[in-house]
Write a protein that binds this ligand. Structure first.
Ligand code: ASP
Ligand code: MG
Length: 403
């Protein structure tokens, strides 16, 4: 007998038929002699719909009231799922975040879980009940409802798995697992059996939207093995786990990120302190800077080029023009017609030649590289947006030949 935490995303419980399907996955697991805690997201687009409703009434609504509103989505789905299980004749109880012991910090809208007080959860499990928990929500020190940020139910599930030392944490979704590339777009993309936490984090940040980032960070911190699998097709998914327990793969996946703007500052004076001024200004504005490139100085000037998210592009240009004296009169350009293509794999640390293989694939397809950045487990290039899909396919084919 094992304790299994299962999480079902919004698309998995989108309508009555899907709620019943999820109920049967849960009860099948229970019938096999397991204890089950199931975490559920709001049905379908409920959260987006609630955000729209709020905007109709007050586009500047306080975050506190937004959290109170948005948590209702999970309140509904958790009760509905419990009703479906009741109808099948199984003992079940649904719990809201606060009833399940979720204590968070004060940050409405993107609260972090500080602790789970598991007594109630444990008591219900001891009574042999299937426990359904409303994901995405908790209670802060003012006894106010908080939410954990979009996609936060994954984190709720991993946190429960960690707090209860569950034997397994399964995240059910509408895809069958984590793939080497987007299977809808890239021919030959395959499902991975396993992936390390770090690789998953890179893939998540780079736009492979299977698991919420914070949930992977938490899984890594508490060493919770997470299985990502489909709620619609009962086949094995992908296991996210510690690197030490698995074979290193040279490249685990190829991703595309189109939420990128490239800022170029041309002809900056070649003196100390400029980079500091630029990047401390952006940091103060809470802007994440990704790839940074600085040219070698010539004629006492240099160029500094970097990327930020699309939404921050124009704001970065304006802020730099206005606030840094020595950039006055210089060309500061923002180009949003770019995309970042990355290969991710823990094995590249010990295998020279990964970068050249990637660059060769791009060259053979006549795709120009504008910027390059590397980390221990990732190589990213910035290219023209129009070539992005072609680039992903070409690079994917180089590392995962279609046979
Ligand atoms: N319902 C919330 C959202 O849509 C939380 C979640 O789905 O995990 O962001
Ligand atoms: Mg959702």
């Amino acid at each position: 007998m094992a304790l299994i935490v299962q999480k079902f995303g919004g698309s998995s419980v989108a309508n009555a038929q899907r709620v019943r399907n999820v109920a049967s996955i849960i009860t099948d697991t229970y019938k096999q002699g397991n204890d089950v805690v199931a975490v559920v997201s709001a049905q379908g687009d409920t959260t987006d719909d609630l955000i729209e409703k709020a905007a109709e009434i007050n586009p500047k609504a306080s975050k506190r009231e937004m959290d109170s509103l948005l948590s209702a989505g999970e309140q509904m789905s958790s009760a509905l799922l419990a009703m479906a299980i009741e109808a099948m004749g199984f003992p079940v109880v649904s719990l809201l975040g606060w009833q399940a012991g979720f204590r968070t910090d004060r940050h409405y809208g993107s609260a972090r879980i500080k602790a789970i007080q598991p007594e109630r959860l444990k008591a219900e499990i001891d009574k042999k009940k299937i426990v359904i928990v409303a994901g995405f929500q908790g209670l802060n020190s003012f006894d106010d409802i908080t939410t954990l940020g979009r996609g936060g139910s994954d984190t709720s599930a991993v946190a429960i798995a960690a707090a209860l030392h569950a034997d397994r944490c399964q995240i059910f979704t509408d895809v069958e697992g984590v793939y080497t590339a987007d299977p809808r777009k890239v021919e030959g993309a395959r499902k991975l059996k396993e992936i390390t936490y770090d690789e998953m984090l890179e893939l998540a940040t780079l736009g492979a939207q299977v698991l919420n980032n914070r949930s992977v960070e938490m899984a890594k911190k508490y060493n919770v093995e997470v299985e990502v699998l489909s709620s619609l097709k009962r086949v094995p998914g992908t296991i996210v786990k510690e690197a030490a327990k698995m074979e290193k793969m040279l490249v685990r996946g190829v991703t595309k990120d189109t939420d990128v703007a490239r800022i170029s500052i041309i002809g900056v004076p070649d003196i100390p302190g400029i980079a500091f001024k630029i990047f401390s200004k952006l940091a103060a504005m809470n802007m994440n800077v990704d790839i940074i490139l600085q040219s070698v100085g010539r004629n006492n000037t240099k160029d500094i080029i970097f990327t930020v998210s699309k939404a921050n592009g124009e704001a970065a240009v304006t802020a730099l023009k206005e606030s840094i004296d020595c950039l006055e009169g210089l060309d500061i350009l923002c180009d949003t017609n770019v995309a970042k293509i990355s290969v991710v794999g823990a094995g590249m640390e010990t295998h020279p030649g990964t970068a050249s293989k990637m660059f060769e694939a791009l060259y053979e397809n006549d795709i120009n590289i504008q910027m390059i950045s590397t980390s221990e487990i990732k190589i990213s290039v910035l290219i023209d947006l129009a070539s992005a899909d072609r680039a992903v396919s070409a690079v994917h084919k180089a590392f995962f030949p279609v046979d």
